[in-house]
Design a protein. Structure first.
Length: 177
């Protein structure tokens, strides 16, 4: 198995984030990264405390579901809540950002956006280009994540119940006698 590039790695994280999406119309994920450090993640989902599309149905206005925030907006909100400085950051997004999300990413200081799926928003592309934000299109990453659990000592249960704690009663590290 080939080791993924940083771009492939962070796009896979965006794909993983998209699995949390709650709108059946589109699952999208976003990971904000600076200096190879994840600052925030987001996926398209409802506002805190509000019903999800999966529960209440989509609220469609002018052909768009307005019940949910887009992945990029949720990631930007998480970054803001935790005081992250996005100046010069990269956004890894599973789909081409819409115009509103592109503008928000640009305003937040994102300097590079990496995608693998086009949303066909030419205005967003124009905003990225006009603002000097690099837009990089990558091929879709491999959809499977391979785990070689035999290679990790923490995955080998020493006591038979498979929790990975290494032994004992599961309340902490096992004593080494």
């Amino acid at each position: 198995m080939k080791r993924p590039s940083w771009d492939e790695y962070f796009l896979k994280l965006a794909m993983l984030a998209s699995e949390r999406a709650t709108c059946p119309r589109m699952h999208c994920g976003c990971v904000l990264v600076k200096d190879r450090f994840v600052l925030a993640t987001g996926y398209n989902g409802s506002l805190p405390g509000m019903p999800h599309c999966e529960e209440a149905g989509c609220l469609v206005v002018d052909g768009h579901c307005v019940r949910t925030n887009h992945a990029e907006i949720n990631a930007l909100c998480q970054a803001s809540r935790h005081g992250a400085n996005l100046d010069g950051a990269t956004a890894y997004v599973t789909n081409m950002p819409c115009t509103a999300c592109a503008k928000a990413l640009i305003a937040a200081g994102v300097r590079r956006t990496v995608i693998f799926s086009d949303y066909h928003d030419t205005l967003a592309e124009q905003f990225f280009q006009g603002s000097g934000v690099a837009l990089c299109r990558m091929p879709m990453p491999e959809c499977t994540i391979h785990y070689d659990l035999a290679g990790f000592s923490s995955a080998r249960p020493a006591h038979g119940h498979g929790c990975g704690c290494g032994g004992g009663n599961g309340n902490g590290p096992a004593s080494q006698t």
